[in-house]
Design a protein around this ligand. Structure first.
Ligand code: ADP
Length: 429
């Protein structure tokens, strides 16, 4: 009997250029291994025969160029095989980028134009597969020995550090399909909100700062210069979102714009960038495997990214709880508040809020459950132009004793007493 008893282990045979699309179940992880042939997950090859553990809810695809047999152990929300994918067009883009990297490497290193490898920016609406395509291009490049720089401008669903940040990091190895991008020493700027509309001007300023630092690093490093960048963007492509895309393209001097599944955006960008020094705007098909995530799911993802920062993906990190006096920490927020007192303005003029004004924040109960960035700034007026060392999470505010309790990734003193507050909060669960 037991007709509805499913065998624990399921085998799937994949023909060439097909992929197995999986959504891991909600409650339990999934074990998966490559039994024979070759296959990759978003550009990273699977090791033969070794069982890999995928956490609940993860959505991914195992793709094979030449055919493979996969074994799965555990329940999935969905799993199905697709024989229509845009992978050939994606790998063709990779081949062109690789050619450009080779040319850059062979050029005289004192020629700033010729020695610059491709600067690729991936744009498109939310859930078009931008992060996934970025990841594949980076992993394929790393597999060939390049160390391209990954820039993530997505403050909502970024994959380098906690939400509310923009960040960059060199990718030295194909990205681990489970662990994602190693949280080593990324270059991070804290914006503090998960939507750019909170402070558009500040977002632009931080994008400029990040681009300027990378530009300086590239000057001294011909290897990373030749490898170039892959820049992931937000899914906001209308109105101000469109302006921010153009701003990012120009600020990073991107020379390849990959547009995922959006005819209109593609032709708009082609038109507007026509006059500019050689920028290729390339339209690519969106993969049918990309899963749409609703607002609630996105919120959950943000929350688990924050959790991962402090506790690690597999709860393998132990953050430290520290207590400081109010007087030992200086909390700032950026923007808001009138720029000048009314008395200093011409008669009739209204004081305007300065979006990049740094304002001191009194420590009170409002800070409870906020995620604060620890700035590298040495003075408050350096806060906007400074990247951040990391983050703390406020777990208690004791008004009477003037003590603040917070979680930090490691023990010991914070690298700086200047903290940046935005609207980012987290409820530890
Ligand atoms: P975007 O960056 O445009 O918002 P993502 O690249 O993050 O979109 O993709 C959305 C979700 O779809 C992610 O969870 C990703 O892992 C999943 N996904 C992307 N491509 C595939 C695919 N071919 N098969 C299964 N899941 C996929």
């Amino acid at each position: 009997g037991g007709s509805n008893v499913t065998p624990a282990i399921k085998q799937v045979k994949l023909e060439k250029e097909c992929e197995l699309r999986i959504e891991v179940g909600n409650d339990a992880p999934l074990r998966l291994r490559l039994l024979s042939g070759t296959a990759e997950i978003f550009g990273t090859e699977l090791p033969p025969e070794i069982w890999l553990n995928f956490p609940p809810k993860l959505k991914f695809a195992v793709f094979t160029w030449f055919g493979a047999t996969i074994e799965m152990d555990g329940a999935t929300e969905t799993d199905y095989t697709a024989d229509e994918t845009p992978m050939v067009s994606y790998v063709n883009v990779h081949a062109i980028l690789d050619g450009r990297r080779d040319r850059a490497k062979k050029s005289p290193s004192d020629d700033p134009v010729l020695s610059q490898g491709p600067r690729v920016i991936v744009v498109g609406p939310t859930d078009s597969g931008k992060s996934t395509l970025s990841r594949m291009l980076l992993s394929w490049a790393a597999k060939q020995g390049w160390k391209p720089t990954f820039v993530d401008l997505d403050i909502g669903q970024g994959s380098i550090t906690v939400p509310g940040s923009i960040a960059a990091t060199p990718i030295e190895m194909p990205i681990d399909p489970v662990e994602g991008i190693p949280l080593e020493m990324p270059l991070v700027y804290f914006y503090g909100h998960t939507s750019p509309s909170n402070n558009v001007e500040l977002y632009k300023v931080l994008v400029k700062e990040l681009a300027a630092i990378l530009e300086r690093q590239f000057t001294g490093n011909t290897e990373s210069r030749a490898a170039g960048m892959v820049i992931n963007t937000m899914g906001w492509i209308e109105g101000v979102g469109y302006d921010l895309l153009l701003h990012a393209i120009r600020t990073f001097q991107a020379n390849v714009v990959l547009v995922l599944g959006q005819e209109k955006l593609c032709s708009m960008l082609r038109d507007v960038l026509k006059g500019e020094p050689k920028v290729d705007v390339v339209k690519l098909q969106r993969s049918g495997g990309v899963v749409s995530r609703n607002a609630k799911f996105r919120q959950k993802t943000r929350s688990s990214r924050t959790r991962e920062y402090f506790y690690g993906l597999a709860n393998d990190l132990s953050p430290h709880s520290n207590i400081s006096n109010f007087s030992d920490l200086f909390v700032y927020r950026v923007g808001g508040g009138p720029q000048a007192p009314r008395s200093a303005l011409p008669i009739g003029a209204e004081p305007a809020a300065d979006p990049t004004r740094v304002v001191a924040v009194n420590i009170n109960r409002d800070l409870l459950h906020t995620v604060l960035a620890v700035s590298f700034a040495k003075e408050p007026d350096e806060i906007i132009s400074s990247n951040v060392a990391g983050f703390i999470y406020v777990t208690d505010i004791d008004i009477q004793r003037k003590k603040i309790t917070y979680l930090a990734p490691s023990a010991g003193e914070l690298p700086s007493k200047y903290l940046i507050m935005g609207s980012l909060t987290w409820l530890e669960t």
